[in-house]
Design a protein around this ligand. Structure first.
Ligand SMILES: Nc1ncnc2c1ncn2[C@@H]1O[C@H](COP(=O)(O)OP(=O)(O)OP(=O)(O)O)[C@@H](O)[C@H]1O
Length: 237
């Protein structure tokens, strides 16, 4: 599955959130979407998954327009939104049954996904009773229950403790195998551990689109490259 974004613009009222962003993602690539707070990462992801209509520009998922074929393209995509919105009063299994129903999946797929994301010991608990790491597993489970070929993960390890970060990162590696993945994060080690390519947004514009090695370039660390590129007035693309 490929993603092709052409000249994407998004304006909220008077505020430009995305300015002429173009991006091609090939099958099986894992892209790290970086940028300071407010750079436009979540907005770009919402446009790709069809949750938000861009002001102008085009998004193709496997050569199908997200705008013209929203129902079809949504079936190819699993999405974990920022802050992992869940129904806290539902039981884990109940919530995943609800999602499976919406996604027209069998009840067998519920047990499979529970097993896959390591939720078996917690499946009979209410979501609000789970630790943050386990809530994140529920978020990942709902994103992959329909076996999508594309995963869009918005800051999936945000707010987790260091052990949970490693656990969720390993899980993402596992469930993202053979999928096309876009993951936004502020953690550079995450990018190094998971991604093959870095796309850097700043103030709604694409500043860089490079392999990790090229992105780091002359800098000692990925953090230094990020800092320099996002604090220069005009960065090299
Ligand atoms: N619903 C909205 N209405 C108005 N402005 C918005 C809305 N959503 C986002 N914005 C603005 O659009 C810009 C991009 O926001 P976005 O959430 O996409 O950035 P982000 O890179 O995901 O940030 P963060 O790293 O903080 O999650 C910001 O200036 C933000 O304030």
């Amino acid at each position: 599955m490929t993603i092709s974004i052409k000249d994407l613009n998004k304006k909220y009222g008077e505020q430009w959130a995305l300015k002429n962003v173009s991006l091609n993602v090939d099958k099986g690539e894992v892209i790290g979407l970086l940028g300071p707070n407010g750079a436009g990462k979540s907005t770009l992801m919402k446009c790709i998954v069809g949750a938000l209509e861009p002001t102008s520009g085009e998004i193709l998922v496997n050569d199908r327009s997200v705008k013209d074929h929203a129902f079809e393209t949504k079936q190819f995509i699993g999405y974990l939104p920022e802050n992992n919105p869940l129904y806290m009063d539902m039981y884990v299994k109940e919530y995943l049954s609800f999602v499976a129903d919406i996604r027209k999946q069998t009840s067998q797929s519920i047990d499979e996904v529970i097993e896959k994301v390591g939720l078996t010991p917690e499946k009979n608990k209410k979501i609000k009773q789970l630790s943050k790491g386990y809530k994140q597993r529920v978020g990942l489970a709902q994103a992959i229950i329909h076996q999508p070929d594309i995963l869009i993960l918005d800051e999936p390890t945000n707010g987790l403790d260091p052990n949970q970060i490693i656990e969720i990162r390993n899980l993402i590696k596992e469930v993202g195998e053979n999928k096309t993945v876009i993951i936004s994060t502020h953690i550079m080690q995450e990018v190094a551990a998971l991604c093959s390519r870095v796309v850097l947004l700043n103030k709604g514009e694409k500043l860089a689109d490079k392999s990790i090695v090229e992105f780091q370039g002359k800098y000692e660390t990925l953090e230094a490259a990020f800092h320099d590129l996002t604090t220069q007035t005009k960065a090299e693309v």
